[in-house]
Design a binder for this molecule. Structure first.
Ligand code: ATP
Ligand code: FE
Ligand code: MG
Length: 350
């Protein structure tokens, strides 16, 4: 079946067409360039940008895929989590298309889509695997069977998400918004061993209770204190070394716990997804540690790490394949959609 996927959780308007596990075409428009001067996303501007971009993005995606709208068998759209105004634009457009074409609609979980997209790149997902989601809003470890019906949360961040922590450190260093990619770039020029920052939840009592959880806010505070102490002393801040030490601490925790989760569950595949999976040190360290542990690592190429329509079409296709019921036409955007709700209105199998 031919699935049309629509993404509009935040600032990207994404539309993609997927047949089975084949990506026929996808186009993404973003309003991110507008936010650098505000230092963050302005929801009102993002909603308006979605309104303006939707139809041109849909047309471009259909053209690239060389299909007609009438050939579409089902529509998938991000139901959440995300900004309510942004979500509403995509969901309203998707419902209008579903009604006018007389096709089913699946309101899918954007975050799970970050992992589903890898099917389009690497091929079918294994029967069971460990998922690591790292993005601006999430840092979670999941045990996954069928991606459309069986997702169990093993742990998550107790405070900041990995991307959020990078953005905050970027701000501390006076880098443009969003800081994540800038901190990553500077980190590559620095010495990761020059400054040793603390790993979150490393204390003995936390190691057991929070085996698969993360905490990055203490680390961020340590970075802030370090920067302040140098500034107070009138000394220059070694930006590259700060970024490298900070990046090492975040990625050490993420990769160590992901590998531990695979080993504890006897899973031989780790799938990583989300905007932060573009991070170069994460990709390097995950590859190294998975190889040492005999785990197959799957991380989508950079363009499928950031928010896109392909991740939504991929999860919609997986839902159709698994025989999941479509969402009721009156499903609402869910700004805090939980990770175990994969399709809006559809209960997740235990
Ligand atoms: P969610 O998917 O949880 O709803 P989101 O969609 O806002 O959150 P994404 O768009 O998936 O998040 O990811 C954006 C985040 O990824 C930002 O915090 C950004 O700084 C971060 N990011 C992107 N590239 C890099 C990189 N190379 N290194 C570190 N962080 C990065
Ligand atoms: Fe995302
Ligand atoms: Mg985003």
């Amino acid at each position: 079946p031919l699935i049309l996927g629509i993404e509009s959780t935040c600032d990207e308007t994404g539309v993609a067409l997927v047949r089975g596990r084949e990506l026929l075409g996808d186009v993404t428009a973003t309003s991110m360039d507008e936010y650098a001067r505000y230092g963050g996303i302005i929801p009102e501007i993002a909603s308006r940008a979605h309104l303006e971009s939707f139809l041109p993005t849909l047309d471009a995606a259909l053209e690239r895929a060389e299909v007609d709208l009438g050939e579409v068998d089902a529509i998938a759209v991000s139901a959440g989590p995300g900004l309510v105004g942004s979500l509403t634009v995509g969901i309203t457009a998707a419902k209008a298309l579903a009604v006018s074409l007389g096709k089913p609609i699946y309101g899918v979980n954007h975050v799970i889509g970050h992992l589903a997209v890898d099917e389009l790149v690497t091929g079918p997902l294994p029967e069971r695997f460990i998922g690591l989601i790292v993005s601006g809003g999430h840092s979670n470890l999941l045990s996954i069977g069928d991606i459309a019906t069986d997702v169990v949360e093993l742990g998550g961040t107790l405070d900041d998400a990995a991307g959020e922590a990078f953005d905050k450190v970027g701000r501390l260093l006076g880098l443009p918004y969003p800081g994540g990619p800038h901190v990553d770039r500077l980190a590559r020029e620095g010495d990761p061993g020059a400054i040793r920052f603390p790993r979150g939840l490393a204390a003995a009592k936390d190691r057991e209770r929070h085996r698969y959880d993360f905490s990055f806010s203490g680390l961020k505070t340590a970075v802030a204190r370090y920067i302040e102490s140098l500034q107070d002393a009138g000394r220059e801040v070694p930006q590259a070394d700060v970024c490298a030490g900070f990046s090492e601490a975040v990625n050490d925790s993420l990769t160590a716990k992901a590998v531990a989760a695979c080993q504890a569950a006897d899973c031989s595949t780790l799938v990583v997804g989300g905007g932060f999976s573009a991070n170069s040190r994460l990709r390097e360290l995950a590859a190294q540690r998975c190889q040492e542990a005999g785990i197959e690592l799957r991380i989508p190429p950079l363009r499928y790490c950031t928010d896109n329509g392909a991740q939504i079409a991929a999860l919609g296709a997986a839902a159709v394949r698994a025989g999941v019921e479509p969402s009721p036409l009156d499903f609402a955007p869910d700004s805090s959609m939980p990770l175990d709700t994969i399709v809006a209105g559809s209960p997740t199998a235990p």
